[in-house]
Design a protein around this ligand. Structure first.
Ligand code: Q9C
Ligand code: ZN
Length: 674
């Protein structure tokens, strides 16, 4: 399979700037591009990418989205005098023209198209285009918000036309609403547009009524436009991740895109003067990672906004490094979403519950209340603000400081495997069977604890190898591991006991698929969190750290399983913040391979990718696919998911409700309803 990440950049796009005084536009500077590119070069990331040249978008390309009149008007700008340019600019909002901007706008759109070409032809798996001017505000016949041509909208139409792509997901994580993208695809069910944006009850630019959560698309496209309005500034990592786990990802998996385009604006990061949000640059590693198993990994990120040069450069690096497949650093302070974010989440989920079966169970907001909610909440929050505003002076956003994301140290060995002699080592993995450097004390302890009756030397050597592997992963000498073992339950006990022993300061997330015996006798100290998927009703969960998830139909209901993975397991896992993930496939699991790969892929966003997978020695056919996921290859698509089994959804939801007091990332509403 083709790996590789494209990077598309051309210095030419730095060659235009604001030529007069306009406070609204002064933040959009050429340095945005130079610092981003420079950071990629300095960090060595640029060298690891496949460099693809830009091209000019043709008239035909541009006309996929824009009107002929508008294109003809923009074509004249290179010949205008300064006075004419100023005058021309005046008919639009918050944008400026320059004699060279038409040329750059053609390159920006062309860069997005080159990226689509590279990904769709399989030259690379994914990629990023660093462009100016940005695109998502520009409309059929109007420039807006620093944007001239709608780069991503053009790319979506182009992909459909040239490659017959059936469904395109556009994720707009820029802090402004890409109204131009919304208008382009409002009645088109083949393009799902998702945007979160600073809104403040319509007080924030572009101040549009149609940026609110109740603009869900029109005609055939109803349900295919998803707006998440942020009604407060200061949103943090938890708020962003909550939206992904409880809204975007379930819908995206149900939609089953053939291609993912990202309006990758970084004004949603901390320090940005426009966004005034508080999410740290490393969150973009996770947002990227979580999208990388959709559409068979075909992801194209195209730069939009981002005006704090430090935060912008760091965020671009986080995104590109994740596209390259390096494990993400754990995100800082995931202490749960704020009330305002939960209010937004609740509104969007309820506005969309009639269109997406993954949201059918979502807490309802009666239709009659949807319109009043907009106003009611606004009034409540204004009250709050009045009391809050005092004493907040001098806390200007530009003075915000945050630690630079740590350099990611990637181990020389990505994936090690412990396999019985007859099983061949998958390509790209390293066979591991060393117990030499393992403390003899540990070996005798293993013997004592796990081999009381039989003196089985195969089992002992396999358990010793596992214990040694745990140590290497802990030391970050190996990123992940896979083992086929005789007795999965016993191996799980063994690894858990070893990994959680005092000399390794681990927090171990154990994810078990299947009914076998698991370490449910977990300690209350939080060193182990066990989540077990099975189809057997187990006794009531007794402890915050043992979570049995019962799926009536077992795993034949892929939708039900994914529902539990995205809405329950992922938020739990992120909040728990493990240092090691132990993924266990019990012998009776029978989970379809592709779902298993999706699970493996998604969980690698945790614990810096430190993950050990245990499987029964009979399941040899599962080794290849699992190894491929551990190596960072995208999982195949699950296909369009049908509605999950209502009973399963009901039991997952009731579990989520019971747990949300202990685990804040499981909340989906601000009030304790349902
Ligand atoms: N205080 C993009 O991020 N308003 N465009 C500026 C200045 C316009 C942002 C007001 C912001 C446009 C692509
Ligand atoms: Zn923006």
């Amino acid at each position: 399979m083709k790996m590789g990440t494209a990077l598309i950049y051309d210095e030419e796009m730095t060659k235009y700037k604001l030529l007069w005084v306009d406070p609204a536009c002064k933040i959009e500077v050429p340095e945005r591009l130079t610092v981003s590119h420079e950071a990629l070069v300095q960090s060595g990331l640029a060298d690891r990418c496949v460099s693809i040249p830009v091209r000019e978008a043709t008239d035909a390309d541009i006309l996929l989205v824009h009107s002929e009149e508008y294109l003809e008007a923009v074509k004249k700008t290179p010949y205008m005098t300064l006075e004419d340019l100023k005058e021309f600019t005046l008919q639009y909002g918050d944008v400026y023209f320059h004699p060279n901007i038409y040329h750059c706008a053609k390159l920006a759109a062309g860069a997005a198209l080159q990226l689509v070409d590279s990904v769709m032809t399989g030259k690379v798996r994914n990629g990023m285009a660093l462009v100016r001017p940005p695109g998502h505000h520009s409309m059929r016949s109007a420039a807006s918000g620093f944007c001239v041509f709608n780069n991503v909208a053009i790319a979506a139409r182009y992909a459909k036309q040239k490659y017959g792509v059936k469904r395109v997901l556009i994720v707009d994580w820029d802090i402004h609403h890409g109204q131009g993208v919304q208008y382009s695809f409002e009645d088109d069910p083949s393009v799902l547009y998702f945007s979160w944006h600073r809104y403040e009850h319509q007080k924030f630019w572009p101040q549009l009524r149609e940026s609110d959560f109740d603009s869900v698309g029109k005609n055939k496209g109803v349900g295919f436009n998803i707006n998440v309005p942020w009604n407060k500034v200061g949103m943090q990592n938890s708020d962003y991740l909550s939206i992904f786990c409880h809204l975007l990802l379930p819908v995206a998996y149900e939609f089953n895109p053939d291609l993912v385009l990202v309006c990758a604006g970084f004004d949603s990061a901390i320090g940005d003067p426009e966004g005034e949000m508080c999410a740290t640059p490393d969150i973009f590693a996770h947002l990227t990672h979580l999208l990388m198993n959709l559409a068979g990994g075909k992801l194209c990120a195209v730069l939009e906004g981002g005006y704090n040069l430090t935060s912008l450069a760091q965020s671009v690096c986080q995104t590109v490094q994740t596209l390259l497949g390096d494990p993400a650093p754990p995100p800082a302070n995931l202490d749960g979403p704020c009330k305002s974010a939960l209010d937004s989440l609740h509104c969007v989920r309820s506005a969309h519950r009639q269109y997406w079966s993954c949201l059918k169970h979502a807490a309802d907001l009666p239709t009659c209340e949807i319109s009043t909610k907009r106003i009611k909440v606004a009034e409540e929050e204004e009250e709050e603000e009045k009391t809050l505003d005092k004493g907040e002076e001098g806390n200007s956003i530009e003075e915000k400081v945050w630690p630079e994301p740590p350099k990611r140290v990637t181990p020389t060995i990505r994936t090690a495997v412990v396999l019985p002699d007859g099983v061949t080592c998958p390509d790209g993995c390293k066979r591991f069977s060393s117990s030499e450097d393992l403390d003899p004390l540990i070996i005798s302890k293993l013997k004592e604890n796990f081999l009381k009756d039989a003196d089985d030397s195969d089992t002992l050597s396999s358990l010793s190898s596992l214990a040694a592997l745990v140590e290497k992963v802990e030391k970050n000498e190996i990123c992940s591991g896979l083992a086929l073992v005789r007795d999965v339950s016993m191996a799980t006990m063994c690894v858990v006991q070893h990994a959680a022993s005092a000399h390794l300061r681990n927090r171990v997330l154990v994810v078990c698929v299947g009914d076998g015996k698991v370490p449910s006798h977990v300690t209350e100290d939080g060193k182990i969190l066990v989540v077990q998927f099975s189809n057997k009703d187990s006794e009531e969960q007794k402890c915050k750290y043992y979570i049995p998830v019962c799926l009536k139909k077992g795993y034949s209901d892929v939708s039900g399983f994914m529902h539990a993975v995205l809405g329950l397991l992922l938020p739990l896992a992120y909040e728990y913040d493990p240092t090691l993930v132990l993924l266990v496939r019990m012998s009776d699991a029978g989970l379809c391979e592709i779902v298993w790969q999706q699970l493996t892929g998604l969980l690698q966003g945790l614990a810096q990718g430190h993950m050990l997978v245990l499987m029964q020695d009979g399941e040899k056919e599962c080794v290849g696919p699992t190894a491929s996921s551990l190596l960072g290859y995208p999982a195949p698509s699950l296909g369009q998911l049908p509605a999950p089994l209502p009973e399963d959804v009901a039991s997952i939801e009731s579990l989520r409700h019971r747990l949300k007091a202990d685990w804040k990332l499981l909340q989906t509403t601000a009030q304790e309803t349902g």
